[in-house]
Design a protein around this ligand. Structure first.
Ligand SMILES: [Zn+2]
Length: 316
């Protein structure tokens, strides 16, 4: 490992662990809070050149064909994610209709009708088409970082390696986990980018040290704010339980890469993420404000039944 400090490693390690835990707990309490009052939709900056990203008749959501062997390998490869998020549905490569409906409703209510959603799907050719077509991102970014991002997607398929993410160069959400809160978080990234003028610059800035904490907090805050506005108490609680430790991995990852160069700093940061997430989840009222029984509204109830969730260059 690079940069391991000299001296008493036990003391140094312990001190770094406390530092990571405290920084993480602090970051979680000031970032990733619910966006309230929640604002639906995005006002795109004037002068942005956009093209219809979906072909006529093309479905916004597509699902990869089940491949038991490949998906089984992917499930095993995703065991660390399951442990870190403490959720068996992480990278399980089997996305339910409920999760799909939750993201579909989110995108519809936020007017994000050109975002592509791939549910456990590997589609490099179509992703290349979207990359070349996405004029909302400057070509200078698309044909450099965007191509790297596409190569990463193509050579390290998410169907094996997992990793839910939003790719701003192709405006595509790829999901491999069956966790509605994670799906909404990726939708939050799509919404964040849709409101920006300098999308390519913003995407590349994500790679800078600690910058990712900002868009990650926005996406998590948007997902939780949305669930609160939808009065989905159970969904909001679940979002705290999953998205807070997920956010902690960014705090820990950046600390481990740039400040406290112990690889396990990354994992140490997850523990306060779970603690703060559980605490925040416990503060969600048990009953909806209207006095009705709480429950999942991932599918948006009857109304939604008529409506049909750290990679290079993409936003996990
Ligand atoms: Zn994210």
């Amino acid at each position: 490992m690079d940069g391991i400090p000299k001296g008493n490693p036990m003391m140094t390690s312990r001190g770094c662990g406390f530092l990571a835990a405290w920084v993480c707990a602090w970051a979680l309490t000031v970032a990733g809070c619910a966006t309230t009052p929640y604002r639906y939709g995005v006002t795109p900056p004037s002068g942005i050149v956009t093209a219809d990203m979906l072909r006529p008749g093309e479905p916004q959501f597509e699902r990869g064909k089940p491949q038991p062997l490949i998906d089984g390998i992917g499930w095993l490869v995703g065991i660390p994610s399951k442990i870190i998020l403490w959720d068996i549905r992480a990278d399980n490569h089997s996305i339910s209709e409920e999760t799909e409906a939750a993201l579909r409703r989110y995108l519809e209510l936020n007017d994000l009708d050109q975002v592509k959603v791939r549910l456990n799907q590997y589609a490099p050719l179509d992703e290349w088409r979207r990359l070349t077509r996405n004029r909302a991102v400057g070509w200078g970014w698309r044909y450099t970082f965007g191509v790297f991002s596409w190569l990463h997607y193509t050579l390290l398929p998410g169907r094996i390696f997992g990793g839910d993410h939003y790719n701003p160069y192709t405006d595509t959400i790829s999901l491999y986990s069956n966790i509605p809160a994670v799906a909404l978080h990726e939708g939050g990234h799509a919404k964040d980018f849709a409101g920006r003028r300098w999308r390519g610059t913003y995407a590349v800035a994500y790679l800078l040290p600690f910058f990712a904490l900002y868009p990650e907090a926005l996406a998590t805050g948007d997902a939780i704010g949305y669930l609160r506005d939808q009065q989905d108490a159970e969904g909001e609680r679940e979002a705290y339980h999953v998205l807070y430790p997920a956010y902690a991995t960014y705090v820990g990852g950046n600390l481990a890469s740039h400040i406290v160069k112990f690889s396990w700093t990354y994992y140490a940061a997850v523990i306060p993420g779970h603690i703060v997430g559980r605490w925040k989840g416990s503060t969600v009222p048990r009953r909806a404000p209207d006095g009705g029984a709480e429950g999942h509204r991932w599918n948006g109830g009857d109304e939604a039944k008529n409506l049909e969730p750290a990679h290079l260059g993409s936003v996990p």
